[in-house]
Ligand binder design. Structure first.
Ligand code: 9MR
Length: 352
């Protein structure tokens, strides 16, 4: 899917009004204006808006850096394992489970009082070949049930949200041609959710996808599917919209899509926010990105069913964007040197 690039506003930052010359020049003991960034970090501000968390994605490879770890401790209230709970990481060969990095992530989260968004149980990507090569529906059903029971069961009681199924749709709203859909049809989703509910009854169970940021076939298909899942009594609690976005591109359509997802009656979470910038990164584009972060975060704040927002990483130094979209850069709230960007301040202010 390609988007027409919206013209970027020429704009610089707005200039504050000149101070009133009649104002006495006494030094106030307390600031007369709110400081732009409250103490307590992004998570505290999101909670003050009645939400559950402001989160980030990480794994031992990133929180092992002490600067990343201290930013997570200070700013974020939830962590999503970026890779460590995926099928290729947890069950790369059949029935042989490895939880090294996933356990380390869970220990980091629980030690630091962070919620965890489990990610993800059934996904066509990062899926070992032994699963893709299954050609019997009953065998695949058993394999899904065992995988979900083992992975979700291991972390029972510790996971706030599980992304039970991820990215089931093509861009045109048809089901993705995964081994799951080919052998089981839409029922693979029911199987996965029922298995997750049995394994961890208190986790909120989510369906998650990308490009739900604008009106069209894909979000329509998601909303229809949610209606069918609910009518079949499938235990689904929420829908995650990933929000992998491009600065200055289609951002203004996002708030209405968040409201449309909320109108299903499910909880909504922004699950993987990043807003990448087409190189070369300029100060105007960083300002555009800051504006765009505010638009997205405010849309969640203003939508009662939106329960939280997660950015897909801490600093621009560690983002999937570098390898996947080499013509883009700088998608996150902290720069390559772990300093707060304009986007950080703007995201924070969107929660005032
Ligand atoms: O950020 C993840 C990156 O490190 C992995 O190499 C990649 C492999 O597919 O997955 C990235 O995370 C994805 C997430 O799990 C699902 N939505 C899209 C994310 C970005 O690709």
């Amino acid at each position: 899917m390609f988007f027409a690039t919206r013209c970027l506003p020429g704009g610089g930052e707005t200039t504050p009004p000149p101070s009133d010359p009649t104002t006495p020049t006494t030094t106030p003991t307390t600031p007369t204006t709110a400081s732009p960034v409250a103490t307590g970090g992004l998570d505290a501000k999101m909670k003050a808006k009645g939400k559950r968390y402001f989160g980030t994605a990480t794994d031992p490879g990133t929180f092992g850096n002490s600067q990343v770890a201290s930013i997570i401790r200070a700013e974020f209230g939830s962590v999503t394992p970026e890779n460590s709970m995926k099928w290729d990481a947890t069950e790369s060969s059949r029935g042989s489970f490895n939880f090294g990095n996933a356990d380390a992530l869970v220990n980091f989260a629980t030690t630091n009082g962070k919620l965890i968004r489990g990610h993800t149980l059934v996904w066509h990507s990062q899926l070992p070949g032994w699963v893709s090569n299954i050609n019997s529906a009953s065998e695949l059903t058993t394999v899904i049930q065992n995988h979900v029971a083992t992975v979700a069961g291991r972390f029972k009681g510790k996971i706030d949200h599980w992304d039970v199924v991820n990215e089931v749709f093509e861009e045109n709203g048809t089901f993705r041609n995964s081994v799951f859909y080919r052998l089981l049809g839409e029922q693979f989703i029911d199987i996965a959710f029922k298995a997750a509910k049995a394994a961890d009854p208190n986790a909120k169970l989510y369906i998650n996808d990308y490009n739900l940021d604008y009106a069209g076939s894909k979000i329509n298909a998601m909303i229809s599917l949610i209606g069918r899942l609910k009518s079949r009594g499938v235990p689904i609690d929420g829908v995650g919209t990933q929000a992998h976005l491009i600065a200055g591109n289609s951002i203004n359509s996002v708030p209405a899509q968040i409201r449309a997802l909320a109108a299903t009656g499910l909880d909504v979470a922004l699950t993987e926010i990043d807003i990448r910038i087409r190189k070369p990164v300029t100060s105007a584009l960083l300002t555009q990105q800051a504006t765009d972060y505010a638009t997205i975060i405010k849309a969640c704040v203003d939508t009662p069913k939106c329960v939280g927002a997660t950015v897909w990483g801490v600093s621009d130094r560690n983002s999937w964007v570098d390898s996947t979209f080499p013509e883009f850069d700088a998608p996150l709230l902290f720069d390559d040197n772990y300093a707060k960007k304009a986007a950080y301040t703007s995201a924070s202010n969107a929660m005032n």
